[in-house]
Write a protein that binds this ligand. Structure first.
Ligand code: K1U
Ligand code: ZN
Length: 183
């Protein structure tokens, strides 16, 4: 397994439309393993392949929630999930706010509204088909990651004013880190 570089805004690769996965082979499964390792180290709860420079329709998610939902100090349970060629078959009219982050827009968070529930279909890394109704943080995260497959970042959901504020804060943070890049 290997940790891969995470591409950050404004890298144009993040704006590419990812291509469907057609071959479910060991090369794909190695990429999946590398993406989980990269995501856990980052740390994050999701990652789309395009974020590591591979514009294919592959997403990994692990919400890493505490074993006991009533005890935030209880040990985290790992539940790695792989979504390949995901499709949203249905979404609720009700939307919910969630303060999102993105490993490609490091250290920046902003509230985004998304449908509360979705029905999704996808394949796993062995080509097996899955279909499920999803809500809560998994629905938020899957929709965020599916946006990556279309070249969309969470900041694109913000007003121009809020987006500019986030990008200004990002530039300031990068300057403080000593790795100034144009936002
Ligand atoms: O870059 C990404 O797409 C990953 C992103 C996923 C996400 C987070 C929040 C809402 C929607 C989608 C992240 O993982 S950002 C980091 C983060 O949220 C986190 C990091 C450590 C522990 C818990 C959360
Ligand atoms: Zn993201």
């Amino acid at each position: 397994m290997a940790i891969r570089r995470i591409f950050e805004t404004p890298d144009p690769i993040l704006r590419q439309i990812s291509k469907p996965v057609e071959t479910f082979d060991d090369e794909l499964r190695t990429l999946v393993a590398d993406m989980f390792e990269t995501m856990y180290v980052a740390p994050g709860i999701g990652l789309a392949a395009v974020q590591v420079g591979m514009p294919i329709r592959l997403i990994v998610i692990d919400l890493q929630e505490p074993a006991d939902p009533d005890d935030p100090e209880s040990p985290v349970v790992r539940q790695p999930r792989v979504f390949i060629n995901p499709e949203i078959l249905w979404h609720s009219d009700e939307e919910v706010p969630y303060t999102e982050g993105c490993l490609s827009v490091p250290e920046q968070y902003a509230e985004v509204m998304r449908p509360e529930r979705i029905r999704a279909r996808w394949r796993d890394e062995n080509g097996g088909e899955h279909e499920m109704e999803i809500d809560g943080l998994l629905a938020v995260c899957l929709q965020h990651e599916m946006d990556h497959l279309e070249g969309i970042l969470f900041i694109d959901h913000l007003s121009r004013l809020k987006r500019d504020m986030v990008l200004k804060k990002l530039a300031k943070w990068r300057k403080e880190q000593g790795t100034a890049k144009a936002a």
